[in-house]
Design a protein around this ligand. Structure first.
Ligand code: SAM
Length: 175
């Protein structure tokens, strides 16, 4: 399953850190890229630096028209899932979500109501308010593990550094 994140409502300054974390989580857990509806170039810079250092082909693309991006995605056969605490609870709908191409919309401030109509699935990771980073991590994990792929075993080719897993101390080697 190809997965792309659409980050909506990012506020420069206020959301910089959390949007970076949305991108880092998306990258680490197997999404191919993140579309960012903002002029904020800082996010793109830090995620590109992560890819140069740690490998993989994750991208950040700044966009100006999220409606067009969703329309183009759907016209090319993709589906869209909107993460919202008001949606259907993930365990109740996970089995009906298996498109080849999935766009996952993650809000910052309140998302435009239109998103609820455009979404193929409005999905909650539990019907309680919490963090978009946590919601995204859980959804990426469940979507992939229920289909036999473990997102914690994603391969990152290229890059300069590689962590050597170690129970006792920090070990990093040059590639
Ligand atoms: N007050 C905002 C609203 O009305 O949507 C919610 C802000 S919340 C911190 C930011 C984003 O986190 C939401 O747009 C949604 O994508 C995600 N989120 C928060 N809780 C969630 C949940 N229980 N399930 C799925 N996504 C959630």
């Amino acid at each position: 399953m190809r997965i792309v994140i659409l980050r909506l409502g990012h506020r420069i300054q206020r959301d910089q850190r959390i949007t970076t974390h949305v991108g880092l989580t998306a990258r680490a857990m197997g999404a191919e890229g993140m579309l960012l509806d903002s002029e904020d170039s800082g996010i793109e810079k830090s995620l590109n630096e992560a890819a140069i250092r740690w490998g993989g082909s994750f991208y950040v693309k700044r966009i100006t028209g999220w409606r067009n991006e969703i329309r183009n995605w759907k016209d090319s056969g993709g589906k869209m899932m909107h993460l919202t605490m008001y949606g259907a609870n993930l365990p109740d709908v996970i089995n009906e979500i298996s498109p080849e191409k999935l766009m996952i919309v993650v809000g910052a401030e309140k998302v435009p109501p239109e998103i609820y109509d455009l979404a193929d699935w409005n999905v909650a990771v539990g019907n309680q308010p919490h963090s978009e980073v946590a919601a995204l991590a859980v959804v990426l994990d469940r979507l992939q593990t229920t289909r036999g792929k473990d997102p914690l075993k994603t391969n990152f080719t290229g890059g300069k550094l590689e962590i050597v897993p170690n129970m006792r101390h920090k070990e990093v080697k040059n590639k």
